[in-house]
Each structure stands twice: as C-alpha cells, then as structure tokens.
Design a protein around this ligand. Sequence first.
Ligand code: GAP
Length: 440
Amino acid sequence: MENKLEKIVSLCKRRGFIFPGSEIYGGLRGTWDYGPLGSELKFNLKQAWWKYMVQSRENIFGVNAAILMHSKVWEGSGHTESFTDPLIECKTCHERMRADMPEQISEHEAAHAKKKEKVEWTEPKNFNLLVEAKLGVVEGEKSTVYLRGEITQGVHVNFKNVLDSMHPKIPFGIAQIGKAFRNEITPRNFVFRSREFEQMELQYYVKPDEETASDSFDFWKNERMQWYLSLGMKEENVRFREHAPDERAHYARAAWDIEYNSPFGWRECEGIHHRGDWDLSRHSQFSGQDLSYFDQETKERFMPWVIETSGGVDRATLFFLLDAYCEESDRVVLKLHPKLAPYKAAVFPLLKNKPELVEKARSVYSLLTKHFSLGPIAWDDRGNIGKRYFSQDEIGTPYCITIDFDTLENDTVTVRDRDSMKQERVAIDDLKAHIQRSLE
Ligand code: GAP
C-alpha cells in the first residue's frame, strides 16, 4: 500500500499535477507547486466546495480575507500562545521530530539502530507553528506579522462587516477558501502535511445554547461527509473519529475528524469543531469592538457560538487522487468524478496525416471548447488511438472522442467511456449534452 503513494507522487510529477516547490534550486521542504493538470483538479475541487457550501445556501456568505493580518489578531485568537507542537531533537544527528508522533520516532530510532547507534532525545519543548514575516519599508522599523496559521481568523475579524453589510439572521455562516501557513516540524507524505497549504472553511454562527449547537454540529458533520461521497470518494475509505479532550485545539469544545484510509494509515482530512464563543469573545476583548449579535426577533443580545467545518484542499486533492487510482490489466486509470477531472473529454483525429480528419476534429474541438460550462477539453493527435486512450485514462479524462472517416459521412463520432472502456456512436450535435450529463 505504501507503494501507492509513491506511484501517485510519480504520476503527479510525470503528468503535470504536482511538482516539488522551487525544484530547480534543490527544492524547499514542505512546499509544492501545482502544474497544469493539478491546478485544474484543485480548481474543480474548490469550485465544487463553493457551490455546495455557499452558492446553494441562502444563509451562507463568502469572504476572501488578506493573508497578512495585524499581529494582534493572533494574540486575540490565542495562536501566539497556544498554537504549538511538542518538539524533541535527536542528540545524535540533531534531527527534530514531533514528540506526539510515535511512528516517526520509532522509524528514526530504527534507522540509527541499523548503524548500531543508540538515540537519546532532548526533553520536549513547545514549538510555535506560526510563520513570521517582516512588513514595512524602513529598516529597523519593520513590524513582525504572521502569515495566517488558519484562514478562520480572516472570517471572525470580518464578522461585524458581514453583519452590517448583509444583515443576516442567525443561524448563518461565513465561508472562505485560501492559503494557510504553518512551520510544521516534520512536513511529510507529499501534500498531506506541508508548510504552505489551502483550507476551505465554514464558520457557522448559532445561538449560544447546547441543543442548537449540537444539532448544527450533527448537521454539518453529515453534510461534509456527504460532500466527499457525492464526489465519488469510496464509502469504505472514509470514517468519522471523535477527538479525545486532550487532543483538541485550544479553541475547541468538541471536535470530530473525517478521516481517509490512506496508504500511511487513517488520517485526518477535515475537522468539524465546536468553537463556542472563543473567537468572537476574544476578538471583542482584544480589539475593544463589540462583536455581539442583536436578535431582532427575541430582542436579545448575545455572543454567538461557532460550529466550524475545516478541510484541507491539498489533503482532499491527495485523497481523491489515491481513491481514484486503479491499475487494471495493462492500464492505469484515475477514476476521478467527472466534476473533478482536469479535462472533461479529449478529441482525437483518427489519423494525424489526413487533413480532412484533422480539420473535422478541430471543428469538434472548437465546438466543445466554446461551451465554457463543460470545462477544458484535451486535444491529442500523437501515436495510435490505443496509446492516446491510455494516456487520457492515466489523467482521468472521462471521455475520448475519435473523429474517423464515418464522421465525414454522417457527423457522428466514437465516444469511449474511461471506466467501462465501452465505445458508442454519438451525433456531434449530442456531444455537449452527453458530456454535460456526467457533470450534474
Ligand atoms: N480552523 C481550524 C483548523 O485550522 P486544523 O485541524 O488545524 O483546524 C484543518 O486544520 C484542516 O486543514 C485539516 O483537516 C487539514 O485538512 C488541513 N491542514 C492542516 N494542517 C495542514 C498541513 N500542514 N498541510 C496540509 N493540510 C493541512
């Protein structure tokens, strides 16, 4: 199974999904660059999330906050004080590890044992994960800011702005997708744990009572699981796991994870957290601004509680890739949901050296690319048709469309389905609808 991760890493590099960050300079640990196909996949994933979580709900509003935030935000949110991991250092080779990751510690000790070396560790100390940056143009007067450690705070500091501009009635939510940065002690497992990554989050504000909060928590927990399943993630590969009280982040009163059955074990894909009034109360206190909510119906003023759903875009991308990866006799196929697939279809002229076929194929290609709602369409005229099929299978293209001599006679094409490999004859006029159906 471990091998499957290596296969995905290699496929991602070879076919233009994901590359190591700053590679020509020897790489920068914990960073990854998305290539042409990876960018499409990630874009599709974020778009599916935004449609499902924001655009199809009347009481959810989107924001897009700055990455650079006032340093007081992080004091208010508790991150400068409590956003830490326990760090230990190997006294032999000085490599640093997280003290709460026994598997990695054992691996490290085993590597030294092979060389007949015994490992001694330093005492654990708390290491803050916030990434610092310096802002300003005058040397000596630059201020220290933090690249946001979670996108969450960009939402809470805009709570009042959204209230004043949109006048939402409680319960309502504010959603955001964007980059977050963490000085992870041991970035590893490809894009699973990196130092720069993207999150997709909902902060859902509810009345401060246990029953309301618990109902909302259950509702969003299930909605989030449904989202993964609706995009084709296999049911047997996802599960819920409740956090023990000593595992929870400093802001959480309750926390559940959606976990994925990865080649490196069941791992967190997304967290659902009951944050209580932690964020709004703390930001009220630290900013001196009143962030309470006035309920026009009950004439009550209160500090709302927050139910949060927080998923990683890069983790979801990796887990969808792992879930979709299949080896079938002589082909490798990514059975990605068509909504996620980088290309929605590929168009081939049967023969590259027959101008009338190429011209007809070009006209079909232009026709389909004109329909923006379909998404990108690939063009391929290299090698024989079998090779082109396998090349598209490996990147998850749901349909391959071949223009042959019959097309010139009757305006029909051969459409080959990625998963069943079945071929059928479809009229050019019906192609758009044929592809569209898979995207609904
Ligand atoms: N606002 C709550 C929050 O940030 P979290 O559990 O620390 O909670 C939420 O992070 C999600 O962000 C995780 O479930 C994971 O998908 C993603 N994530 C966190 N750290 C990450 C990292 N170093 N690399 C990639 N994704 C990460």
